[in-house]
Design a protein around this ligand. Structure first.
Ligand code: M6R
Length: 646
């Protein structure tokens, strides 16, 4: 996930683009860059690290001629900022969250054509980039980055050259025509923006499965990943549809489909102001990240299945034979990541028949686990820097076990030290409470389970495809679920004065109960406990008092019937002792309705995949209870996003 901005108008573009990037930095902040058209030339600048590194590179120049405010000095021997960049009135900018290629100056966007006259920025993943790179290299193109994006710059330059050679008239529409040709070659998800030095008064954009909105101002227009980038200039916007190309000049917006047929966007007015923009219009990063879950799951699944139906991992330094030799799996992780591992255990054992244990990373090495060459250790971490998990990983490697990492942060330590990696493409998670990272880690675990089952000959390609296709249905179900959260918000206000909240579940619903309780503890500072529903009668049921809220995660009645019946009995047990039952059940489960004081339905889905849905109301509940209690939702007390001490 990256942030993208484009501007054309009468004002200096650089400052506007940089301000827009500042508002989009939540989308990624491992490098940033701009390309500004001035004096029939392209001026580009890009820097690894946060946006501030790039801003420093411009010093006074960002304000255009004669309006210096920033007197910061930088080492101009590295990449001196070109003269005049602050005066150009058309440009594009990018803030990156790396997927292909590490977070370096070289891999930062924009990417340029060979002659440096065309610049492209990109959000998404071009799935067929390897094939396109091979083709372009055969034509003599030398790539200067490790990104999937660079091929789009070379393709766009080639398309422009072909159109010019065919006698097409010069001007903005030439740029749009060339972009359409490029889009027809690309597979995957992308938002692309581009400028051409020879067409100084236009920016072109294109969108497939990745966001892009247009901002309308008087005598100027904007393109951006979201409206927060231009909210301080205009509140009138146009949402583009899928597979559309948009061409903006100072006075016009032209939208077509990828074949060139005229198309329409959806006009809308933004009813919030610039102060909310850093969070994309949400009150908290956590709410925004909850809302991003459909896209995060979709992105994590994107491009995982080869044409022959095999699951693709990202960096694999293990052979198929290594994976066939695995006779035992340990999953090590902390906190929310640990809960994702607990869910994985059910799926992995069911699909592979390999014994799988889940361990708190902080305990793993101290109990001297039995590890050897045929043990696979799966280390799960959003940040990739959690010290407990890193130490568990190192211990496993010392014992000669193989280590596979699931991680959301490209290039971090845990994936770097592992034998294989599967990155979740959840995008940057800023709120301390993990939400979208949790869902994407669960998805990644499923993919690993399927991969192992396939390599070991336990599942055929069509069986794997069937599960992947069920997974691909999850983003839509998440959207449907997220649209129905208002009753959960009301319930949260009601529960915000409770002394404690208990959570119960069975099978994969048990880790969901633990996760629900963790979210409530860390955000609302309330006593909250998760239990395996069957364990209640062995002690915890004594906690239940008149009105104690008990959140019950109920499995599908269509799955294992016995599971459903057992938890319905547990719900009756707690109700008989005065509990207020908050039931999370599958749509159409009328049998459980009569035992629910509050009932939250989630869309139907196979039992093993249900945590991808049942967790969501619990995230919303915790977030809203914390807000109702007046807590800082994004930065709860005593916690940090990345825990780099043991
Ligand atoms: O970066 P990691 O996934 O390794 O972090 C692990 C835990 O610290 C983390 O999941 C923590 O429990 C969350 N803040 C909970 O929401």
């Amino acid at each position: 996930m990256c942030g993208i901005v484009g501007y054309v108008g009468a004002r200096p573009a650089l400052g506007i683009v940089l301000d827009g990037l500042r508002r989009l930095e939540y989308r990624g902040y491992d490098s940033a860059g701009v390309a500004i058209v001035c004096d029939d030339e392209l001026r580009t600048e890009k820097r690894a690290g946060k946006l501030t590194n790039l801003e420093k590179a411009f010093g006074d120049e960002r304000f255009g001629t004669g309006t210096a405010e920033d007197t910061t000095t930088v080492d101009s021997t590295c990449c001196p900022a070109p003269v005049g960049i602050g005066d150009g009135t058309a440009g594009i900018g990018h803030t990156r969250w790396a997927t292909h290629g590490g977070p370096t100056d070289r891999n930062a966007h924009p990417h340029l054509s060979r002659d440096g006259r065309v610049a492209v920025i990109h959000n998404g993943i071009i799935e067929n980039f390897a094939k396109l790179v091979a083709e372009l290299e055969a034509d003599g193109v030398e790539f200067v980055s490790d990104t999937d994006t660079e091929c789009a710059a070379h393709l766009l330059a080639a398309a422009l050259a072909d159109l010019r050679a065919a006698g097409e008239p010069e001007g903005p529409r030439l740029l749009a025509a060339a972009m359409r040709r490029v889009c027809q070659r690309l597979e995957g998800a992308f938002t692309l923006l581009a400028v051409d030095a020879s067409i100084p008064d236009a920016v072109v954009g294109a969108r497939r499965n990745s966001p892009l909105v247009v901002g309308r101002g008087p005598g100027e227009h904007y393109l951006a990943s979201d409206v927060s980038a231009f909210i301080e200039h205009t509140r009138d916007a146009v949402e583009l549809g899928q597979d559309q190309v948009v061409l903006i000049t100072a006075d016009s917006i032209e939208i077509t489909d990828f074949d060139g047929a005229p198309a329409l966007g959806r006009d809308f007015h933004i009813d919030w102001d610039a102060s909310a923009a850093e969070k994309g219009g949400y009150d908290y990063f956590m709410l925004k990240e909850i809302a991003e879950q459909p896209q995060a799951v979709a992105d994590t699944l994107l491009g995982r299945l080869t044409e022959s139906g095999e699951i693709m991992l990202d960096e694999v330094r293990l052979t198929d034979q290594d994976l066939r030799d695995v006779d035992k799996i340990f999953i090590v992780a902390c906190g929310t990541a640990y809960h994702s591992g607990m869910i994985a255990k059910y799926a992995i054992e069911h699909w592979t028949r390999i014994p799988c244990e889940v361990e708190l990373a902080s305990e793993f090495r101290y109990r001297d686990p039995v590890l050897d060459r045929s043990t696979l250790v799966v280390a799960i971490s959003q940040s990739g820097e959690t010290m407990d998990t890193l130490m568990a990983l190192r211990h496993a490697k010392e014992q000669k076990a193989r280590v596979l990492a699931i991680c959301n942060t490209n290039g971090s330590t845990i994936p770097r030290e592992s034998d294989a990696v599967l990155y979740t493409h959840g995008g940057p998670e800023i709120a301390v409470a993990s939400t979208k990272a949790f869902l994407t880690m669960v998805v990644a675990c499923y993919l690993i389970g399927l991969h192992l089952a396939q390599v070991r000959g336990i599942k055929y390609a069509d069986e794997v495809e069937a599960v992947v296709s069920q997974l691909q249905g999850i983003p839509d179900k998440l959207r449907q679920l997220l649209a129905s959260m208002e009753p959960v918000r009301q319930l949260a206000r009601d529960l915000s004065t409770a002394n404690q909240v208990l959570f119960i579940g069975r099978h994969v619903g048990y880790p969901v109960a633990l996760e629900g309780a963790l979210k409530l503890k860390e955000l609302a500072y309330m006593h909250a406990e998760g239990f395996a529903a069957g364990e209640l009668k062995h002690g915890p049921i004594a906690l239940i008092d008149q009105g104690t809220p008990v959140v019950c995660v109920v499995p599908s009645p269509a799955g294992r019937g016995m599971l459903h019946d057992k938890i319905v009995s547990n719900i009756q047990e707690v109700r008989a002792r005065g509990a207020r039952t908050v039931v999370i059940a599958e749509e159409g489960d009328t049998a459980v309705a009569r035992y629910a004081d509050d009932l939250i339905y989630v869309p139907r889905t196979p039992t093993l995949l249900a945590p991808l849905l049942t967790t969501v109301p619990l995230q919303v509940l915790a977030c809203e209870i914390a807000a109702a209690r007046g807590h800082d939702v994004d930065q709860p007390r005593n916690l940090a996003k990345s825990v780099t001490v043991e």
